[in-house]
Ligand binder design. Structure first.
Ligand SMILES: Cc1cc2nc3c(=O)[nH]c(=O)nc-3n(C[C@H](O)[C@H](O)[C@H](O)COP(=O)(O)OP(=O)(O)OC[C@H]3O[C@@H](n4cnc5c(N)ncnc54)[C@H](O)[C@@H]3O)c2cc1C
Length: 420
């Protein structure tokens, strides 16, 4: 028997009709909520909405058949894990109408979403969770074609495998250059976890090689922990060049794998360019992104500051101190679902309190973390003073081993909650 997903996956217009003519009588009396984007934010939100109010007609719009998770994708680069361990499906989304199409236009005035095939679906409330797009207009020389030579690998999948293969093909003694962007961007500790795991690969497989991080910042997440670990595990292997020492990449030349800075050029054997980012393209069409490229939100309901009845969660949203992480995306999704479920019943949303923890692996069996608690204050999601913190700077290896195990447990838990 074809699955519910297979039945509804084909023709968007018929899906829309199916959603409008929802099977339960009670469901017809309640308005439809559309969620765009089936990543950590959107998939979590769609499922939380259904859990909170099974009478809500929830539609999830996501063009990809499988989701490729970024957390732990740095392990794939270092050959510590296969890409299949990063891949998740939507088979368990039976009570949610799943449309396998890209949303291309949001008409906020008419409250309708247009899909790539021209079909339109109306909504009472819309949750946008499109993640990030890379800003190919922000770094001269770095356009879409350049990603084939200088992968960003900041969206997991083909780019991750390309960078892994480039590292594998590099001769011993080669130079890897990683360009890290200015804030804000997806996963603040991600470039440094990546540098660590690439260094682990080089140390164990190509020990005469070197890794240079060209950074558009003078400070980064968990910096003291990373630097202490690099000193201990990879002495002389990683060179971090901060903004003030000429770390900002101003131009790239993919043909020669050269990264240009104000202080000179760096020719790489492998170049990993993580460019500036912004909210996924659909956010621009919906009129919810501001001049920064990100989407300002109300910290209680996650409703857009720029358009009514559109909520934004995950990496696309900006609204205070919460970092762009899968942990945050999942927490925001649940708070947003509670707010949307209340608002469609014309009840006021409750004040949320959100937690984020970001684990990073510096080597196999060596983990560090940073945690924070956030709540609405002065119109933003502000950090609760004294509630978070990082791993201790001085700690026996057993603590690092435990944190590496916690990181694995966290990934298993979140992916089974969201996709399982
Ligand atoms: C190397 C790396 C390591 C990381 N490690 C960690 C970690 O250890 N811990 C952690 O918490 N976070 C980590 N992150 C960050 C984490 O991956 C992101 O914060 C998280 O994926 C954000 O979730 P999201 O749902 O907002 O976006 P995404 O996960 O990007 O999901 C967006 C979804 O929307 C879909 N979409 C986009 N546009 C449309 C459209 N127009 N129509 C329909 N669908 C659309 C996309 O196909 C995608 O499925 C890491 C990131 C990287 C790059």
């Amino acid at each position: 028997m074809p699955s519910r997903r297979a039945l509804i996956g084909g023709v968007a217009a018929s899906v829309a009709a199916a959603v409008l003519a929802a099977p339960q009588v009670r469901a017809q009396t309640l308005p439809g909520v559309i969620v765009v984007g089936g990543g950590f934010a959107g998939a979590s939100c769609a499922r939380a909405l259904k859990r909170l109010d099974r009478d809500l007609a929830v539609t999830l719009i996501e063009p990809e058949a499988a989701y490729l998770a970024c957390p732990f994708s740095n392990e794939v680069l270092a050959g510590l894990r296969g890409i299949e361990a990063q891949t998740f499906g939507y088979d368990q989304f039976g009570d949610i109408a799943l449309i396998r199409k890209r949303a291309v236009v949001v008409d906020a005035e008419r409250r309708r979403v247009r899909l790539e095939d021209g079909a339109e679906i109306g909504y009472t409330r819309l949750v946008l969770a499109p993640g990030i797009d890379l800003r190919f207009d922000a770094l001269p020389g770095y356009d879409e074609a350049a990603t084939a030579t200088m992968p960003h690998a900041w969206k997991a999948g083909a780019q991750t495998l390309l960078l892994r293969d480039q590292l594998a093909a590099m001769p011993d003694g080669g130079i890897v250059v990683l360009a890290a962007p200015a804030n804000p961007f997806r996963c603040p500790p991600g470039p440094y976890e990546r540098a660590s795991l690439i260094a682990h690969y080089l140390k164990t497989s190509k020990p005469r090689s070197k890794l240079i991080i060209l950074d558009a910042k003078d400070a980064f997440s968990k910096q003291r922990l990373f630097e202490a670990a690099w000193q201990e595990l990879y002495p002389g292997l990683i060179e971090w060049v901060p903004l003030s020492s000429g770390g900002r990449v101003t131009e790239v030349d993919p043909a020669t794998r050269t990264l240009v800075t104000e202080f000179g050029d760096h020719k790489a054997d492998v170049a990993n360019v993580i460019p500036p980012q912004r909210a996924g393209a659909i956010a621009q069409s919906a009129g919810i992104a501001d001049q920064t490229g990100w989407c300002p939100i109300d910290p209680v309901s996650f409703e857009s500051r720029l358009q009514p009845a559109i909520h934004v969660i995950g990496d696309a949203a900006i609204g205070g101190a919460m970092p762009k992480s899968a942990f945050s995306a999942n927490a925001q999704a649940k708070a947003c679902a509670a707010a949307v479920a209340a608002l469609v019943r014309e009840r006021p949303p409750a004040q949320p309190k959100l937690i984020n923890t970001c684990y990073s692996l510096v080597a196999p069996g060596y983990g560090i973390s940073i945690a924070g608690v956030y709540q609405p204050r002065d119109g933003l999601l502000a950090e609760v003073e004294g509630a978070g913190g990082t791993s201790p700077l001085e700690a026996p290896r057993s603590v690092r081993e435990l944190e590496a195990a916690y990181a694995q447990d966290w990934f298993r838990t979140i992916t089974s909650e969201v996709f399982g």
